[in-house]
Design a protein around this ligand. Structure first.
Ligand code: ATP
Ligand code: 3PG
Length: 400
């Protein structure tokens, strides 16, 4: 993969595909880790005299503008981090973007509006995606891929655009790939993987491959309930990927056969409603055994016995990879499981990697020192798929 140092950027319009998909509380950014992570690449390009065009997705708007997913707050925050004015275009390939790019002097930066306000960005139709990539390509002379969190997506700005412009990997992608590569080549054992979070359908499949690599897999967060269901337990109104129940059964059987320790929650915190993340009003959850979730309740965090169990399972690890919060950590009543696992990582002698936008944010928001972990990856799904050994569209496009 070429790096920024291989590009002559002075005076050129350089399109930087970043991942500014940061957690928002209304319109306020609750954790700016992903913006800080890509800022050095943007600063370097600007210092070298590029006209820098930053583009990203935020959330999952459905191919049309939605103010709730505007990148405007991220542009403001990027300006604060860089210590310079950052322009903002109110569209991605329309008049505002064209005018903003045309108005850039060397060393200036513009952030375009959310790429996913355009249906072409995420389209499964190659021609539709290609047509959108053509319009993006018209804005720039060079492409720098640095949105590591999105490299597993075959999207126009990630996969099709680098095929249309001379391209290189940004410094964040280079660092991320460097660390994760080590986890695929040379892991100190026991290798423990902790999985949680909410993107269950995306992430269940990685277990298939992890069963070949990990010695122990701890499951929490929204991911746990499909496994509990597979074990024959009722999960009430918890997050459930019903169509994956047979796959989960197969994973459990294979884990046993291969001698991979597969650890599920023994107790959970439940409530009849999802907590209010804005007011953070007390949720007063109940603690129930994992095989006794009431029909009208939802599991929202791992319980105290599970926290102790997972801490013990992390204590002797040689390597830990953790993706996905153990519960709805954004609410204080459901942050305990995520806190316990974060502390378990820090207390273990292992080389620890935390992956994922929300997982990394959780670590910081819950007061842990991010520098105490071996590596905090900006990619959740992306890092998991990398560890799975998959070809990631956004990395393959940069290698070509
Ligand atoms: N039991 C649960 N039920 C519902 N949501 C949950 C549960 N446990 C965790 N979550 C939610 O999972 C979300 C994070 O999941 P996600 O899979 O997006 O992780 P991530 O670290 O951001 O990875 P990525 O970078 O791939 O998005 C949090 O917002 C958290 O509230
Ligand atoms: O948060 C992430 O994992 C990345 O920003 C990718 O977002 P996506 O899962 O909506 O494609």
């Amino acid at each position: 993969m070429k790096t920024i140092d291989d590009l002559q950027v002075a005076g050129k319009r350089v399109f930087v595909r970043a991942d500014l998909n940061v957690p928002l509380d209304g319109t306020g950014i609750t954790d700016d880790g992903r913006i800080r992570a890509v800022a050095p690449t943007i600063a370097k390009l600007a210092e070298r005299g590029a006209k820098v065009i930053v583009a990203s997705h935020l959330g999952r708007p459905e191919g049309a503008p939605d103010p709730a997913f505007s990148l405007a707050p991220a542009a403001v925050r990027l300006g604060e981090i860089l210590g310079k004015d950052v322009a903002f275009a109110t569209d991605t390939v329309g008049e505002s973007a064209a005018a903003a790019v045309a108005g850039l002097a060397d060393g200036q930066v513009v952030v375009l509006e959310n790429l996913r306000f355009n249906a072409g960005e995420t389209s499964k139709d190659d021609a539709e995606r290609g047509a959108f990539a053509d319009r993006l390509a018209a804005l720039a002379d060079l492409y720098v891929g640095d949105g590591f969190g999105a490299v597993h997506r075959k999207h126009a700005s990630v996969y099709d655009l680098p095929r249309r412009l001379p391209h290189a990997a940004g410094d964040l992608i280079a660092t991320e790939v460097g660390v994760l590569k080590k986890l695929t080549e040379d892991v100190k054992r026991p290798y423990v993987v902790a999985l949680g979070g909410a993107k269950v359908s995306d992430k269940l499949a990685v277990i298939d491959q992890l069963l070949e690599k990990a010695d122990r897999i701890l499951v929490g967060g929204g991911m746990a309930y499909t496994f509990l269901k597979a074990k024959g337990h009722e999960v009430g109104i918890s997050l459930l990927q019903e169509d994956q129940v047979p796959a989960c059964l197969e994973y459990l059987a294979r884990a046993e056969k291969r001698g991979v320790e597969f650890v599920l929650p023994v107790d959970v915190l439940v409530s009849s409603e999802f907590p209010d993340l804005k007011t953070k009003a007390p949720a007063n959850p109940d603690i129930v055994a994992a095989d006794a979730i009431p029909a009208d309740k939802e599991g929202l965090d791992i319980g105290p016995k599970t926290r102790e169990l997972y801490a013990a399972k992390l204590a002797d690890a040689g390597t830990v990879f953790w993706n996905g919060p153990m519960g709805v950590f954004e609410h204080p009543d459901y942050a305990g499981g995520t806190k316990a696992v974060a502390k378990g990582l820090l207390d273990s002698p292992a080389f620890t990697v935390v992956g994922g936008g929300d997982s990394a944010a959780a670590v910081r928001l819950l007061g842990f020192d991010e520098n105490a972990f071996g590596h905090i990856s900006t990619g959740g799904g992306a890092s998991l798929e990398y560890l799975e050994g998959k070809t990631l569209p956004g990395l393959a496009a940069l290698e070509d």
